[in-house]
Design a protein around this ligand. Structure first.
Ligand SMILES: *Cc1c(COP(=O)(O)O)cnc(C)c1O
Length: 337
């Protein structure tokens, strides 16, 4: 390490704390979630022309790093009731050019990562988890990152763990860890290994290390709030999004599933009453509907149905019983179709 890498003591301390929290062998602090994806995509060996499979329900932030690497994003449908990749559709799109698969547990609801791990392992394909929404989400008693070759996190100010801007990478694979570290630190300036500067600053690392101990408690509080919302739902067309067996969401947001045919009208109604939805905020739609991504279009009917039948509900620590009651009154009182 030392001065050549530009990695200061607070960064090393933060990385050690992350490894302990996630029970992982290696953590690499980087400057953003996008940077984490960029480094991880490079580290697992994705090179120009390779294919990377992902769901079209994820944010633009996940697909741009794939495109920046010169790789081809290939869209695979989601499951009917979960944002994870459908194994059946995955079997259809995977081919010898597939280098990696990215799964994204949207809004922190766990995906069946064990099935994806087995699928990838059998075929020698790398599994990347984009856990930008899922700090602390667990599946079958383990952090989701335990199932992936490499996991990417964001600590942008809006995320569960925040350093303003920032991100980190978690892996148990020493080779991938070294490659992420080298790539994000200018290849250690040795003129042999290629790299760019994606390092996290010491100030942000100190902030992250200070906030990390609060994460478990924060998730417990969010889980209670989500349970109170679920319990108070009386509307026959509204229910909490399915949680897979063995899964514990991070509750980055709570997800509700609805049966309304006019999803936009429902979201506008909530928004007009001060209950914001991420779906409206980001104009969430399948990525291939965006002009920049249109050339990679591959229809994903489950994904389209999922996105038009969910909304997010805030369950952050600022939400108390008054806010829960207010949201429930408006959710239960909706009389649109
Ligand atoms: C926020 C986010 C990113 C990007 O993280 P930044 O820190 O903003 O670069 C990537 N993927 C997902 C799923 C995100 O929510």
């Amino acid at each position: 390490m030392g001065s050549l890498t530009g990695t200061s003591e607070p960064v090393l301390a933060y990385e050690a704390a992350l490894s302990t929290f996630f029970q992982a062998a290696h953590s690499i602090a980087v400057s953003s979630g996008g940077a984490a994806l960029q480094a991880a995509i490079h580290a697992v060996g994705v090179r120009p022309g390779d294919e990377v499979i992902l769901t079209p329900t994820c944010p633009l932030c996940t697909v741009y790093p794939v495109m920046a690497a010169g790789a081809i994003p290939v869209f695979c449908d989601t499951r009917k009731d979960n944002f994870s990749l459908s194994l059946e559709d995955l079997a259809d799109v995977v081919n010898p050019s597939t280098r990696a698969i990215i799964d994204i547990p949207m809004w922190g609801y766990p995906t069946p990562a064990d099935e994806l791990q087995a699928f990838c392992h059998e075929r020698g394909i790398m599994l990347i988890l984009d856990l930008a929404h899922a700090h602390g989400a667990t599946f079958k008693g383990k952090h989701l990152s335990a199932y992936a070759d490499v996991s990417c996190f964001s600590t942008h100010e809006r995320k569960l763990l925040s350093t303003g801007e920032g991100g980190f990478i978690i892996t148990d694979n020493a080779e991938i860890a070294k490659s992420c570290r080298d790539y994000s630190r200018f290849g250690n300036l040795n003129g042999v290994d290629f790299g760019v500067n994606l390092k996290l600053g010491g100030l942000q690392a100190a902030l992250g290390a200070n906030r990390l101990p609060n994460l478990k408690q924060q998730i417990a509080r969010r889980t209670e709030t989500a349970a109170a919302v679920a319990q108070g739902l009386r509307h026959s067309a509204l229910r909490e999004f399915d949680i897979i067996d063995g899964g514990h969401p991070s509750y980055y947001f709570m997800l509700l599933r609805h049966d309304f045919s006019d999803s936009a009208a429902f979201l506008d109604y909530l928004d007009s009453h001060g209950v914001p939805s991420d779906i409206k905020r980001y104009g969430c739609k399948c990525l291939y509907e965006f002009p920049l991504i249109a050339e990679y279009r591959r229809e994903c009917p489950n994904a389209e149905r999922l996105l038009s039948s969910v909304t997010t509900v805030p369950v952050h620590q600022g939400i108390g019983s008054t806010e829960i009651g207010y949201m429930l009154d408006h959710l239960n009182g909706y009389n649109g179709r």
